[in-house]
Design a protein around this ligand. Sequence first.
Ligand code: F0G
Length: 460
Amino acid sequence: MKQDYAHEPYRIKMVEPIRTTDKNQRRKLLRDAGYNVFGLRSEDVYIDLLTDSGTGAMSQEQWAAMMRGDEAYAGSRSYYRLVDVVKDLTNYAYVIPTHQGRGAEQVALPYFVDHSGMCFISNTHFDTTRAHVEIAGAEALDCATGAAYDTETYHPFKGNVNTDRLQQLIQERGAEQIAGIILTLTNNSAGGQPVSLENIRSVHDIARSHGIPIIVDGARIAENAYFIKQREKGYASWSIRELVQEQLRYGDLFLMSAKKDGLVNIGGLIAIREDEALFRHCRTSIVPLEGFPTYGGMSGRDMEATAVGLQEVLDEAYLAHRIDQARFLGDLLREAGIPIQWPTGGHAVFVDCARFAPHIPYYRFPAQSVTNALYIESGVRGVEIGSLLLGRDPRTQKNLQSPLELMRLTIPRRTYSYHQLRLVAEGVKAVYRQREKLKGYVFEYEPPVLRHFTARLKPE
Ligand code: F0G
């Protein structure tokens, strides 16, 4: 390796066999899956970069902790262990587990929507967050910095909120119409890009002056802390724990998919700074939605593993390796002239497919075309984050055009080697060499909602 990328701070104790297939097999498998990688069996995937959500490896301490799981319906010992860890990390007063991040969203977000015409503003809403905002009867407005949409130009904090636009939106809509500001840390949909503490503080000042609550969607808050330590002036000597706490100092509510920085396969969290009424709301509505408040859809053993994972994720050696794996893959692609969201984000490399395959229009899904070609080329499964995912305008039924057409190569935690990532890069490069031949896709079957998961496509 030319550059110095952080070494693995672990060795492998247990392995899961994976198998390779040949190109002819993959052509058939993909056709049978309706040219939609969500329809593939994972057994037919060699390197699975669909998501970093719940797909990582747990540590020996996490597996050992699972043996201590207390599966009591009410008042489980494992719940109290998790609460202690989360309170210690967040300095928030109330903690409720949920089965995963979207569970936390569905329980907590409706609390903030108490009249019609309200909206949430976020740097970028993750899809499920957007869905739960809309189910709660509010509108989801994205307000990312302009740098997020310019994949070529370096910016250390492309995940930031555009604070001028935020103020303008508050003026236009009226503060009483803003249900909350959602800080997505890191900003997944913009390329796993970090948000600076300076930006978090500015958002906080604006929100406070209008009495608007701040909700931290902190699925990758430790990764965000690592970027702050690396890139923002004045924080190099801070610990990751201190930086996580500092980010949370500006929030009123913390929602977390523990499947990311909780380092577990399933789990989520709600933590509330001090609002007792919000806590009462969550404790009441969680019962029919997720489960009794001391388990919220999680088993005792999963709460134990999460309690350990939330501490392990603060280890800087772990984070250095984690972030460097993504950087390594990003660097290999960039060296080959392949357009990516630059700099590389924390959990994934996002290939800019509008520039990779400019001859395919958005309504023929360029990023889906690249994703499919990569699977056939090398057995690697990425995922489209572009106009296929975005869907149609509910009023006009027209295909919406996403501002970015991305293929996300998402790196699971502690799972693949640098060598395997090199193979991924070789696959992308091989597709890039033949990019003029890539074809767009049309629908064979288009589901009415969340179409990208179950759509069946065919090459045009
Ligand atoms: N918020 C963010 C920023 C996310 O990335 C996700 C999930 C969620 C909330 C929802 O959490 O899946 O536990 O219900 N992101 C996954 C992904 C699915 O692939 O990016 P969940």
